[in-house]
Design a protein around this ligand. Sequence first.
Ligand SMILES: Nc1ncnc2c1ncn2[C@@H]1O[C@H](COP(=O)(O)OP(=O)(O)O)[C@@H](O)[C@H]1O
Ligand SMILES: [Mg+2]
Length: 289
Amino acid sequence: MLTVLERGQTGVGELMAMEGAARAVEAPPLAGRAGGGRSDISCRGVYKWYGDSAVIANLDLSVAHNEFVCVVGPSGCGKTTLLRMLAGLAEHDSGSITIGGVPVTGPLPSVAVVFQHFGLFPWKTVFNNVALPMRAAGVAKDEARRRAEEAIALVGLRDSNDKYPAQLSGGMKQRVGLARALAMQPEVVLLDEPFAAVDAQTREILQEELLGLWSRYKQTALFITHSIDEAITLADRVVVMGTRPGRVIDDIVVPIERPRSVASVRRHESYAPLRERIWERLRTTAQPK
Ligand SMILES: Nc1ncnc2c1ncn2[C@@H]1O[C@H](COP(=O)(O)OP(=O)(O)O)[C@@H](O)[C@H]1O
Ligand SMILES: [Mg+2]
């Protein structure tokens, strides 16, 4: 089930999201299907064209069951396009994309998405922003209420249950986005630069909260970010994308033990060399040909 709305969407967007949810409900959950309940992500030889130009070419990427992978890459290299294809919101032109061994042909009920621009319904309270997508996905009312209350408490927004998005700071809105994704109890979470729109300090706080939430829920996660620091802080592996066309140019294991904090990651002996390597890869790919 998809719990997203993108920036600027209106009531029509809401209906489309609900429709997407209804479609998603028809598909059986990943557990018990091919892949045996696993939720690994696999892209093999994926191409995406817009008009005459390949935005993504021959992209191979895998995320193991319960692994946290960050994708970094320069602006315009196709990160959002990749995420939308994984979420079943955009089609790929060739190659294969599977989640839990199942080809992605549309939104899956076990996949939640968190976008940069929050995607909250402005006219609904925090509680309803979290609870309504579950209702649309067919979760019973009492269960939806219980899960929404739990997820909202987990992200520290219990006192804001009845507030509207306009009454919240950027950090709080993004917490609502996270709560909404968590409450769906997805097997896979896809996050597209979720912390890019908040200030630096809030961003670090959210990173620590996400580390805590993830250690508790242990979902398969693909997290897109511009920030090398954020990628190293959060990920088991960092995948670096090159540009024109978008493809994977490096794939690096982060050998920093968990539990982590922002400070413990910065102090780790691997931190500086990792940072240097990723930065160097990005610098090379960003150079004009
Ligand atoms: N719907 C679209 N039609 C045409 N071009 C697009 C469309 N969406 C994205 N692009 C182009 O594809 C490239 C990759 O975009 P995007 O995936 O948003 O990159 P990123 O998220 O890495 O910044 C960009 O050059 C962008 O202009
Ligand atoms: Mg993007």
